[in-house]
Design a protein around this ligand. Structure first.
Ligand SMILES: [Zn+2]
Length: 411
């Protein structure tokens, strides 16, 4: 134990305690409002739907709190409990260098995957199932799981190997090279995701509703927006939650609608939702977000470069054999505990973008249609209308329902 151990423990306890305290607040707040629909939604959302949303939210909070607490135990076991050192000794069967580092990363990755597995199963087959959202069979769940692992190996292993190699060969400024590699990797992923990766999990078909298509094409022309295609995704294969999103960039941009969304919204409502998404592009939110992510990864990689050769970093976390792979793993374990306190800032930034995109939608489509679309989505997705304000400030990338609808009704 050194001074860094104490700082790390303090951050770990502080982050976990804050998280659990917020969960408890949110849980109690939602419970307290269980039996009354907020006046603004009295005409559109029934008491039954409202209660269902409250029960669903509470079930998710309980699982989230349990998994957060368990995660703290795992982190303690890996560091002070000697887990990482033990895994490192197993990885020593591989020849020293990049291969040994890779094996250590794989072992830690497998441990983390196993730890998260029961929570994922419980979420899908208990909570989502109980509220009628789950459409997955256990067979599909395991097929997804296997595909996910294979994909993580196919993409993650070469990336990790390249980073380890840079760490070992590029001297003091390795982290600058790693940063460039990270950016290239991310842009590459953005480019290939719609055509190579998403089709591994879902089927995509061209939109075939002529009325809706015409409506959307008029909206796109009005907003001066070009896309390569409008496609429908079989989201109903896994879940009845509805959504719409953009993928690709430049000329390969596509708009993807979940079939579940198209089933429930009217063409006018779909247009309003799409106008909101267009707003994110037109107002440069997407570019800003990518730029932010790259700026943040620059700082993190610099910080990793700084601690990598400091003996106190390893000793403080109970690891006696420093290596580049170990530095990488420890860094990923340590950092979230320090960044948690900045979460409200990131969430606030994101909520501001949501308000701006709503405003854009109100100008280019219709605020009334967006309000009715959002209300349907809140109802169908069983989103709570009464989140705890502090919890929401920390966690919510989207403004709370009341604030969002209120603002739209006054534009
Ligand atoms: Zn949005």
């Amino acid at each position: 134990m050194n001074a860094f151990s104490m700082i790390f423990l303090l951050a770990l306890v502080l982050a976990a305690a804050t998280r659990l305290w917020l969960d408890a607040r949110h849980f109690n707040h939602v419970r307290r409002h269980h039996d009354a629909v907020p006046a603004e939604f009295a005409g559109t959302i029934s008491l039954e739907s409202h209660r269902r949303a409250a029960d669903y939210t509470c079930a998710k909070i309980q699982l989230g709190a349990f998994s957060a607490a368990f995660e703290v135990l795992v982190v303690l076991a890996l560091t002070f409990g000697g887990g990482l050192q033990w895994l490192r000794d197993i990885a020593a069967v591989a020849p020293a260098g990049v291969l040994r580092g890779l094996l250590l990363i794989v072992l830690v990755g497998l441990v983390m995957t196993l730890v998260e597995l029961p929570f994922g199963l419980y979420r899908t087959f208990r909570i989502e199932e109980r509220f009628g959202f789950n459409k997955m069979t256990p067979r599909l769940y395991w097929i997804d799981f296997a595909k996910g692992l294979a994909l993580a190996a196919a993409l993650g292993l070469p990336l990790a190997a390249a980073v380890l190699w840079l760490m070992e060969k590029m001297g003091e400024y390795w982290w600058l090279y790693a940063w460039v590699l990270w950016m290239v990797f991310n842009l590459f992923m953005l480019a290939v995701y719609p055509t190579w990766i998403a089709p591994l999990f879902n089927k995509f078909t061209p939109m075939d509703n002529p009325e809706l298509k015409e409506r959307i094409e008029r909206l796109l022309a009005r907003c001066g927006f070009k896309v390569a295609g409008l496609v429908v995704m079989d989201g109903s294969l896994r879940s009845s939650h509805g959504n719409a999103y953009f993928t690709g960039f430049g000329k390969t941009k596509r708009i993807v609608f979940f079939d579940t969304l198209l089933e429930r919204l009217t063409p006018q409502e779909v247009e309003a939702v799409l106008a909101h998404e267009l707003g994110h592009f037109k107002l440069r939110h997407v570019i800003k977000r990518i730029a932010w992510a790259f700026a943040v990864s620059f700082v993190f990689l610099w910080a990793l470069g700084f601690v990598m050769d400091k003996p106190w970093f390893y000793a403080g976390l109970n690891v006696s054999t420093p290596s580049t792979a170990m530095a990488l793993i420890l860094f990923f374990i340590v950092v979230p505990n320090f960044t948690f306190m900045f979460q409200p800032l990131a969430a606030m930034y994101s909520r501001r973008h949501e308000f701006e995109a709503d405003h854009y939608a109100a100008q280019n489509a219709s605020a009334t249609d967006l309000v009715s679309a959002l209300t349907k989505l809140y109802k169908d997705n069983a989103s709570t209308l009464t989140p705890d304000p502090l919890y929401s400030a920390f966690h919510d990338s989207h403004p709370p329902a009341l604030a969002r609808i209120g603002r739209l009704q006054h534009t």
